[in-house]
Ligand binder design. Structure first.
Ligand code: SF4
Length: 383
């Protein structure tokens, strides 16, 4: 497996336990771990030299032992009034995309809009879901736990000055969705470690119930997740109610067909006693038919799942189209009449499943184009 280039461990990937152990090996008392984590997560201080309550020798030890800048912020982009994207770059020049979505709530100002952070877990993705930009360039590497946590710290540092609520850990955010670049459950150990840090009292103190892990449908890992003590929310990229249709959109369905996937989801929802979400991107003339809706209804009822219908967002290079509004409504209506809890997404900036990974892809393409221009200029100059 390809790993981040720095040989030093990333500070943001340390748990209270692992940091305490490292300190003990260095002859330092356990309470120093709390102090360091307080600087990192409560005060959002990245530079050990600025951790002024720590002895100079300890600050030097942190600098020499850990990588405290696993990725630098190279680009922020606000694509509409509700969506912002951050692009982070680790030393190996991989690009990590993080999305902030603001959904204004009726009758309140921007300060009280609903805010969600969408984080990535891999650079690129091997799963090749047909609607997704992240899979187009293939898988490059897994993100380390500290790189996953670093995305949230970068968002915090951006948001902290904008709202008094942001200072209370991640309190100004309503949800974290693990729905960005990569298949989270394919990077299971790093994901779990990162989310443990995000959830912990000594970390970002963000409740597990407000964290949703979205998967393309890795049945064995869903069962593994069911056995974890932290009760995260689960969303499944279903996108097809029969194997025939789902396999055209989700190649993973050939490995874990519905007969294997659905019982795994059921096991998760039974163990955690909470509703899972079935994500269903509506694609014209592929999965937007009444037959698909009628096949989806009993699946959702059996799983006590909520169905989230997302009209397809055009991805450059892919031939599919968004269904008409009428077809979207008709699909939703069949589900509602069958007593299935259903949402049909309308808001701009919410189509993140399709949008995630696009900024990274565009940036990589423009970098490649710039490099090609440089090479052709130097070749031109040489001849
Ligand atoms: S939807 Fe998720 S799992 Fe599928 S290709 Fe995109 S990033 Fe990978």
């Amino acid at each position: 497996m390809v790993q981040p280039v720095s040989p030093r461990p990333i500070l943001y990937g340390e748990t209270l336990e692992s940091l305490t152990e490292r300190l003990a090996e260095n002859g330092q008392p356990a309470y120093r771990a709390h102090q360091i984590l307080d600087w990192v997560y409560k005060k959002r201080v990245a530079d050990p030299a600025a951790m002024t309550s720590l002895p100079t020798r300890l600050r030097t030890w942190i600098t020499e032992t850990f990588n405290t800048q696993p990725a630098r912020l190279v680009l922020t982009k606000t694509s509409s009034d509700v969506t912002g994207k951050l692009l982070l770059e680790p030393p190996d020049k991989a690009l990590i995309e993080t999305v902030v979505i603001r959904a204004p709530m009726d009758g309140v100002g921007a300060e009280r809009s609903r805010k969600t952070i969408c984080i990535s877990t891999q650079v690129g993705c091997a799963y090749g879901c047909r609607f997704c930009a992240s899979g187009l360039a293939g898988w490059k590497r897994d993100l380390a736990a500290g790189e996953i946590v670093a995305q949230l710290l970068h968002v915090c540092r951006q948001e902290d000055p904008t709202t008094p609520r942001a200072r209370e850990e991640l309190a100004s955010f309503d949800n974290i969705v693990v729905m960005g670049m990569g298949e989270p459950l394919a990077n299971y150990d790093n994901l779990l470690r990162a989310l443990t840090i995000v959830n912990a009292d000594w970390g970002l103190r963000f409740g597990a119930r407000r964290i949703t892990i979205s998967t393309s449908g890795l049945a064995p890992q869903i069962r593994q997740l069911a056995d974890e003590s932290l009760g995260f929310r689960l969303a499944i990229s279903l996108h097809g109610a029969t194997d025939e249709v789902r396999s055209q959109i989700m190649p993973i369905n050939r490995k874990y067909p519905l007969a294997e996937l659905l019982p795994a989801i059921e096991a998760f929802s039974q163990k955690h006693g909470r509703m899972v979400t079935l994500e269903f991107i509506l694609i014209a003339d592929l999965n937007d038919t009444p037959e698909q809706a009628r096949a989806l209804a009993p699946i959702a009822r059996q799983l006590h799942a909520h169905v989230n219908l997302i009209p397809y967002n055009t991805v450059e290079g892919l031939p599919w189209l968004r269904p008409t509004l009428q077809k979207q409504e008709a699909f939703a209506e069949i589900l509602r009449r069958a007593d299935v809890s259903t949402t049909l997404r309308r808001e701009k900036g919410h189509d993140i499943a399709a949008a995630c990974g696009q900024l990274r892809l565009q940036t990589e393409e423009s970098r490649a184009a710039a490099k090609a221009r440089q090479i052709s200029a130097s070749v031109g100059a040489a001849v």
